[in-house]
Design a protein around this ligand. Sequence first.
Ligand code: NAD
Length: 319
Amino acid sequence: MIVLIDLVLMLIDLTYSIMCAVIRTIFRPRLKSVDGELCLITGAGGGLGRLFALEFAREGAELVLWDCNTEANEHTARLVRELGCKVYTYTVDISKRESIYQTADRVRQEVGDVSMLVNNAGVVAGRRLLECPDELLERTLLVNCHALFWMTKAFLPQMKARNHGHIVTIASTLGLFSTACVEDYCASKFGAVGFHESLTHSLLTEDGVDGVKTTLICPYIINTGMFAGCQIREELKGLIPPLDPLYCVQQSMKAILADQQMICIPRVMYFAFLSRALLPWDANVASYRFMGGDKCMYSFIKTKEQQQQQVANGHVKSS
Ligand SMILES: NC(=O)c1ccc[n+]([C@@H]2O[C@H](COP(=O)([O-])OP(=O)(O)OC[C@H]3O[C@@H](n4cnc5c(N)ncnc54)[C@H](O)[C@@H]3O)[C@@H](O)[C@H]2O)c1
């Protein structure tokens, strides 16, 4: 009998959740304020990280910026200060667990408790698996996936103690479905998606932490240079063009400030995600072939090889 009552209650919950999601999609949900929050962003010296810093600064947050590239990170900090926002910079290589823990201790002592954590830093090897040095493959996993464990272990306890906080995971659509020649990246981003989901479930099953929120961001290719050269079939390029970084960050901000659990950018990517789950493998392969998605990374790898060759020849300055 109890199980039947629970079943009915679950069905009511389920219907209510679907209705809420539909309403949220049609009408704009109320966005929360992050004024005065202490927001830590990893990879703040680069494309999305820098834009996230500027968006959070405009919303009134205080910022802690982490990057392994000191110069790029300081550049972001200068832009943020021009907006009149308080900002603290730290040079950290987040592929190293001890560096994360040591720097997190410094942040707590020198600045305070972080209440918003944006795990944004990411890398990709950009080589074919059999030709890629092991260290490069390992680095992708350390930065894109393992660092999520150490960052969360370092900052979640204070969020839980105050029952207030937000952990944002910048994953990728390549954490929901995959393609050829990005084995390291897909493994790391599928890991990031799994990490985020399990962490969210853990917080939901614990008492007294309903004030700690999570958001998963899954963008398609963005024009930041990370996947420069990657392209689908020529005739379809215009239909799903690479995302403008600012658009991507603004859409992400809306999801974060609405405490939305997950967002795919652009929305059409939900179909790709669904088709991967629902269609037979061969049907997905056929649609990939039609779209040119099966070999879209070939041109990316070629571009990377050319860039590396130019660096080796001394034609361009290595970053
Ligand atoms: N660019 C895309 O097409 C795309 C698509 C989907 C998801 N994403 C994800 O979005 C996030 C941001 O990507 P982006 O395009 O802005 O990348 P980016 O290369 O422009 O910037 C990444 C930043 O991370 C920093 N970083 C790299 N390794 C680090 C380390 N070990 N320690 C500390 N900092 C480190 C870099 O210095 C750089 O400032 C990444 O997680 C990426 O995987 C990017």
